[in-house]
Write a protein that binds this ligand. Sequence first.
Ligand SMILES: *[C@@H]1O[C@H](CO)[C@@H](O)[C@H](O)[C@H]1NC(C)=O
Ligand SMILES: *[C@@H]1O[C@H](CO)[C@@H](O)[C@H](O)[C@H]1NC(C)=O
Ligand SMILES: *[C@@H]1O[C@H](CO)[C@@H](O)[C@H](O)[C@H]1NC(C)=O
Ligand SMILES: *[C@@H]1O[C@H](CO)[C@@H](O)[C@H](O)[C@H]1NC(C)=O
Length: 351
Amino acid sequence: MGHRVDSIVLISSFHFTVLALFCCNQLANGCDLFTGRWVYDPSYPLYNASACPFMEREFSCQQNGRRDLLYTRYRWQPSRCSVTRFDALNFLKSFRGKSIMFVGDSLSLNQWQSLACMLHSALPNATFNITTVADVSTFEFQGYGVKVMLDRNLFLVDVVKENIGRVLKLDSIEGGQLWKGIDLLIFNTWHWWNRRGPTQPWDFIEVGGVIKKDMDRMLAFETALRTWAAWVNANINPSKSRVFFQGISPSHYNASSWNEAKARSCLGQTQPLLSSSYPDGVPPALGVLKKVLNTVRKDVTLLDITMLSLLRKDGHPSIYGTGAANGMDCSHWCLAGVPDTWNEILYSLIV
Ligand SMILES: *[C@@H]1O[C@H](CO)[C@@H](O)[C@H](O)[C@H]1NC(C)=O
Ligand SMILES: *[C@@H]1O[C@H](CO)[C@@H](O)[C@H](O)[C@H]1NC(C)=O
Ligand SMILES: *[C@@H]1O[C@H](CO)[C@@H](O)[C@H](O)[C@H]1NC(C)=O
Ligand SMILES: *[C@@H]1O[C@H](CO)[C@@H](O)[C@H](O)[C@H]1NC(C)=O
């Protein structure tokens, strides 16, 4: 029970005592896959990133000049069991005739690309196509009948262009039309809720019929999640569709949060923290997400990747992402890398 006690202490110190009751409910065969530590394993990475022909430049750290490779050689080891090693052929067999869709921001893009590379590396000679129609990209192998899709959607709720400008509508989720009938859905939203200034992609917020210039962002996030939860309750047929929430993918801009005050954000980090907890604890947004997920009446599984990813201060592109000119990227993840583990855990939970 040691690890459970740890997480209860950790969580209550962040005033989410109530949530501790729900902290360990994402189990595969009775095992908590999200509590554990990173171990060196030279059989990783799962694929050669340079041979993945459709990799986005922002995740291609090696091609962008990153020389250290140790960060690609870690495997997530849960305390009491193991993550099932990814088997691409078995995955394709299980999903024959089915569709998988990641819905969310660029962290969903990160996980979608990871899964596509994991599949492609097992079938390097199979003909594939990637097509993009509006916000939806679809990766497909010819002859396998499996669609791996990405719906780029920053907030899950709608942003609508109106006369006054772009309105972020916390009670409106027309975008959900695209998610109906998909067999496996993996949602995510968080990173854009705190945007301000020129990169904030909306001008007004509408909630309960009232238009505002701005509001508390955590409350806006929670309100949107409740709208999403109502969509799930109304639209998911549990005998057809399985629903996951990707969880909060953490950033590493503040090195004090892992007690290395002298470091310059994630730049130059070559190894994970080898402990099973993070000095600064989990971001408060995770508490909000868990609170809302516990109100959903349909079965939704939290892919609770926050703590395991917090330990990976070494996994980000830093200056080896879209380029030093665009600054430091300690939000996304290099591929091969951490999102491959998210997908291995997803695989463990569904196969
Ligand atoms: C990875 O793929 C690239 C491009 O196909 C190739 O040149 C390289 O030798 C491969 N590396 C390994 C370690 O297999
Ligand atoms: C892919 O094709 C190449 C060249 O035809 C061949 O050498 C290689 O063994 C094939 N790989 C697989 C996994 O079938
Ligand atoms: C991929 O190619 C196959 C065969 O040509 C085609 O049936 C399918 O519609 C294509 N998929 C996409 C997403 O374009
Ligand atoms: C960085 O993290 C430390 C430790 O949690 C905190 O005290 C400090 O305020 C943070 N700095 C910034 C700029 O957020």
